[in-house]
Ligand binder design. Structure first.
Ligand code: NAD
Length: 497
């Protein structure tokens, strides 16, 4: 049992919460399995972590960025060496199948290598001055203590997408992982500890959003909050951060669309929609939750999708043959079943397949739901408009390409979209006119590479992006520098101010 108790990481030490309280993390595929016991932390614990981060910042910001990069290179290598066991731990705590948790760890590895390399770049600019004997340049400067509030669906990838760019820029961090998936962050932090990160540079405090998350937001010394989660919570985070003028990077919900034209390779389109909708049991911010098909191929696609969904193997994600794991917890199960009920009652929607919780031997102790498809969905329906975050796909038809673009944009969200067609003109037009942060041609709405910016428009994001060089803009501020080597006061310098 002792090996299942996990502590907070504050100032280079594993410590219990001052509350003395803990919470359990159980396997969503089999709730009899206890994954770990974690600290139910309080604002006092957050204060201790921010104290440590603020103190460590004084030195860490002065460590040359290539040196910070060397540490990240070592961390990346260690994550790669431990990939299989990190992935299996993640499947046990989050439920998604092990092929996908390997992908999650790989995203962390890729981001760590990528940001390690940025340690030798972090480019600024030099630019001519208006005056003679004067030199102008810009440089990135770190911001200070960064607080991260992360979701459960990408338990290591998302925390790493925040941690690596923040550290390479010279900031120090406090991470609050989702209560459903703290083990993956513990595992990542352990690697940093073993590779010798100075005390206080990385800190982790587990516990509820309302106490730990809120305390991070309330602390004036925390200068950046990077949040990934629901739009509902993100809005609250944004409002609370405004009072202390924190930098905020918000990555929130999605209602992503796949468009299938009448000239598309239908096998490919159906394959894309299947993995887009039911991969990670539909619990991706980029999940395909709306599939819209040209009227001439509509019925055919509905039939092909039903056949495909029916063939998917549901079960414990540690079994390599399983394709769809459980949803994360009882609340999420209730939400998904509630939306299925709403869909059944929506006037005109047709339940094509699924719609039930999966029960019986091997399923009763987990949160399993059948991949579910509704057809004939219309734009006023709740299952069309609201993020469900589960294995539920809504299918609708359109008559013209223009109508498809309009339907794609008819959502509060703007994360990802995809188009299946053989017509290059349509591909480029949709690429331009669908207002999302990510767009795919002849590929599903899911999947990201770490050297491209990641994020969404409208109620999905607040204009920032994670990953790539774009992430450096979240975790550094520009400083403009003027160096006058004329030896005399140049009049225009004052006049121009
Ligand atoms: P959530 O909003 O419920 O929780 C996210 C985090 O916020 C958790 O760590 C939670 O403890 C914390 N939190 C909750 N209430 C808080 C409060 N009042 N103050 C501070 N922190 C608080 O989201 P979730 O259920 O963990 O994740 C699913 C959501 O995340 C979906 O909407 C999904 O689309 C979104 N998501 C978005 C992206 C993206 O990049 N756009 C990626 C993954 C997930």
């Amino acid at each position: 049992m002792a090996d299942k108790i996990f502590k907070n990481f504050i100032n280079g030490k594993w410590v219990e919460s001052k509350s003395g309280a803990t919470f359990e993390n159980r396997n969503p595929a089999n709730t009899d399995e206890l994954v770990g016991v974690f600290q139910k932390s309080t604002p006092d614990d957050v204060k201790a972590a921010v104290n440590a981060a603020a103190e460590a910042y004084k030195k860490w910001r002065l460590v040359p960025a290539p040196k910070r990069g060397e540490l990240l290179f070592r961390v990346a290598r260690r994550l790669a060496e431990g990939k299989e066991s990190l992935a299996r731990d993640m499947t046990r705590e989050m439920g998604k199948v092990v092929a996908e948790t390997r992908g999650d760890v790989q995203e962390a590895i890729d981001m760590t290598y990528y940001m390690a390399g940025e340690g030798r770049r972090l480019f600024g600019q030099t630019t001519p001055s208006e005056l003679g004997n004067k030199f102008c340049m810009t440089m990135r400067q770190p911001i200070g203590v960064c607080g991260f509030i992360t979701p459960w669906n990408f338990p290591m990838a998302i925390p790493s997408w925040k941690t690596m760019p923040a550290l390479i820029c010279g900031n120090t961090v406090v991470i609050k992982p989702a209560t459903d998936t703290p083990l993956s962050v513990v595992n990542m932090v352990k690697v940093f500890e073993e590779e010798g990160i100075p005390p206080g540079v990385i800190n982790m405090v587990t516990g509820a959003g309302s106490s730990v998350g809120q305390a991070l937001i309330n602390d004036e010394r925390v200068r950046v909050i990077s949040f990934t989660g629901s739009t509902f919570v993100g809005r609250k985070v944004s409002e609370a951060c405004a009072t202390t003028f924190k930098h905020t990077c918000l990555e929130m919900g999605g209602k992503n669309v796949e468009i299938v034209m009448d000239d598309a390779d239908l096998e490919q389109a159906v394959d894309g929609a299947t993995w887009g909708a039911f991969g990670t049991t539909g619990q991706r911010c980029t999940a395909t939750s709306r599939l819209i098909c040209h009227k001439d191929v509509y019925e055919k696609v509905v039939k092909m999708m039903a056949k495909k969904a029916e063939s998917l193997k549901i079960g414990n994600g540690l079994d390599e043959s399983v394709q769809v794991g459980p949803v994360i917890n009882q609340d999420q199960l209730d939400t998904v079943l509630k939306y299925i009920e709403i869909g059944r009652k929506e006037d005109g929607a047709r339940l094509v397949i699924g719609g039930q919780r999966v029960t019986g031997k091997g399923f009763d102790k987990g949160y399993f739901v059948q991949p579910t498809i509704f057809a004939d969905v219309t734009r006023n329906m709740r299952i069309w408009r609201e993020e469900i975050f589960g294995p539920v796909l809504s299918i609708a038809s359109f008559s013209t390409f223009d109508e498809a673009i309009e339907m794609a944009n008819d959502t509060a969200y703007g994360l990802s979209a995809s188009l299946y067609t053989r017509d290059i003109k349509k591909a480029y037009t949709a690429m331009r006119d669908v207002y999302t942060g990510i767009f795919y041609v002849n590929a599903p709405t899911i999947g990201a590479e770490t050297h491209l910016p990641f994020g969404g428009t409208k109620e999905t994001g607040n204009g920032h992006r994670e990953a790539a060089v774009a992430a450096l803009d979240v975790f550094s501020e520009w400083k403009s520098i003027y160096v006058d080597f004329s030896g005399t006061l140049q009049r225009a310098q004052i006049d121009n101010q």
